[in-house]
Design a protein around this ligand. Structure first.
Ligand SMILES: [Zn+2]
Length: 114
């Protein structure tokens, strides 16, 4: 299958947007379940579980939001002609890596540097 970064990024953006919406719905449910009284979590097994759920969902939502931002940044690079160029060494990122991670900003060698 030929690499079509625009299509890959659009698909990824749709997927992440859907994930964000699902997480927002889950968060609303958990927040409703917790209710306005949150003072007794320590002594309430149910409350502690909800707190764990909330923390987990907030973490997932943060990760999804940053992934969406990365995808949008990649779409911007696509329109300015710098897509697929490593931000660190200016070398090509590589079609294989972009196929797996269409929003990648570094080539494999530079990504390994952290
Ligand atoms: Zn590089």
């Amino acid at each position: 299958m030929p690499l079509d970064p625009a299509a890959a990024l659009t698909a990824r953006a749709h997927e992440v947007t859907a994930r964000l919406a699902a997480l927002d719905a889950d968060l609303a449910v958990v927040r409703d379940a917790r209710g306005p009284e949150q003072s007794d979590d320590e002594h309430d097994p149910e409350g502690a579980t909800l707190a764990d759920d909330l923390a987990r969902l907030v973490g997932l939502r943060r990760a999804a939001a940053s992934e969406l931002a990365a995808v949008e940044a990649a779409q911007a690079r696509l329109s300015t002609g710098t897509y697929g160029v490593c931000e660190r060494c200016d070398g090509p990122i590589g079609a294989g890596r972009l196929a797996v991670r269409p929003a990648a900003v570094r080539c494999v060698a530079c990504a390994d540097l952290g």
